[in-house]
Design a protein around this ligand. Sequence first.
Ligand code: C2E
Ligand code: MG
Ligand code: MG
Length: 624
Amino acid sequence: SGLHDKEYYRNLWETISRGGIFRGILVNKRKNGELFHEEKVITPLKDAQERITHFVSTGRDITARVLSEKERMQLVAILEATPDLVATLDPDGCLRYLNGAGRRMLGLGAQENIVGQCIKDLFPERIAQELILDAIPAARRDGVWSGETVLQVIGGKELPVSQVMLAHHNKHGDIEYLSTIARDITERKHYESELQYQATHDTLTGLPNRFFLADRFKCTMEHARRTGSFVAVLFLDIDNFKRVNDSLGHAAGDNLLQQVAQRLKACLRPNDTIARHGGDEFTIIINELKQVENTLIVLQKICAEFERPLIVGSQEVYTTFSTGIALFPHDGDQVEDLLRHADTAMYRAKSFGTGQYRFYAPEMNARGHEFLTLEAELRHALGHDEFRLYYQPQMNLRNGNITSVEGLIRWQHPTRGLLLPKDFVPLLENTGLIVTVGEWVLRQACKFHRTLREAQQNELCVAVNVSAAQFNDKDLLDKIRRALDEEGMQPQKLELEITENVVMQNSTHAAEVLKSLRAMGVRTAIDDFGTGYSSLAYLKRFPLNVLKIDQTFIHDLVYNAGDTAIVEASITLAKKFGLEVVAEGVESAEQYEFLRSHDCDLAQGYFISQPLPGIEFARLLQKA
Ligand code: C2E
Ligand code: MG
Ligand code: MG
């Protein structure tokens, strides 16, 4: 009918003249002139000599189908052009079709095969779970589900999307397939978080604002309630800020506030919170305080940090704060109350001049004052030779000889007399000063051993106590090596006492240090055994030499069946693990006798001798 080009007919003719069957779609014209699509099959019929005699031609009007195919192509073209991800999935969530935008969002190439990819490959695990457990069942039930999710983009990144999931049913009501549309909402999310940030932060300093602080404060208190720790709220007001503003101008004032914010932030631990309360006021939340006095350590850090002036323009500005402090749970358990109390305390501080602090609860001020004075004096003590090492003997229970001695620190305070460790060692530990002071103790003990050797007391062992911070000091081994070297002391004569908790805190590190000490030949002891949370079965894994049973168990020995059993069992087990056993705090002949008859190795306590200054200890040895 001449509606196709010559090529088409030649092809047709060649096929059938070769005896083949032609199949094709022709566009034909009806009698009324209307065009239609015809699916044509032309089959040649042959005679006995294989000559073609007839053609059988069948035609089927397929116009309707061709049109719907065209519609489908149009739809696909539209889907391919949309900027949203469009996909169809089979009922168990495996991909059947994914449009171009979807491929681009997921970082898949146009040719990449998607067959076999499932929901769990397209979304981060937590989102895939949510879709499988919530979204798909909801779409099956209600026909449609929508929500905000994220896509897993190549390179591990996530792309936030707003997503719709539809379930398509066949005529029997079964689900035939699922379809989903997801729109990239990165920009909106960004905008939202920007808004969120602006609502919770101060634009000038970038610090959280008071609303954010209140929120954070609630969580902090919750945590403190669970762990039994304290929380301190500090309300800081810059002294004489108005003067800066008035004399240097508002821009300078703003700049000062920005610098103050940075410096304050640098004084805090990452999980403390600082906020700008408004104007020249800042609030700080210090959490996980074991002792309320530790608040003052932060205050001192701030003080030290602001000893250097701030440079504003070309001016040096010295900044001080008036600080009010309220404590949770001491001063209240509501955010508003605590902030108000800290504010009140700040005003009280201000009335005493610049650079002052006050606690809301008046009795805390005295304690704080004492604490700060003590700390300042402690820093001074080392340089002024105020520490003393006292020596307490340990007696061999088999032959009554003094074989070891423990060095115990004392502080000869200029006004308060001789102070015991309980009055200052915790503060040394909190301020980190213990590392330096501990090195002095070690040195002192080694020097003392030299004087003992000079007095022909060659067999004595000297023990010193080592705190957690010292034990974790990376230079500990070097310091010991140097002290031994310079004092000409055999490592076997030095013993380090650590508590169980030091071993428990970081057992891998502890094992390493103990191993190195063992290799050096230095002895190690577990001090105050029984007061911590470890067990002998646990401790036997570490290379140790001595077990010191805590004095609380010795105190009621003989009279308290429980303590007696603990001591007996400790001695037996320790021996089994090859440890030497020392009983601490032996005060009576009865205790001494019990320990001797139960095969304890050494005893230490007032029954034998109080801790003594070096000279007196030497005298005691001579008498023995
Ligand atoms: P610790 O190592 O368990 O020392 C034994 C403590 O028991 C000493 O107290 C000692 O005076 C006391 N004591 C000795 N015999 C008896 C007795 O018969 N009855 C009673 N009730 N107590 C007795 P001190 O000297 O007050 O030391 C207390 C703690 O301070 C020590 O306990 C130790 O943990 C720590 N310490 C002492 N000197 C140092 C040191 O140089 N560095 C470090 N990091 N800590 C030290
Ligand atoms: Mg000790
Ligand atoms: Mg002890």
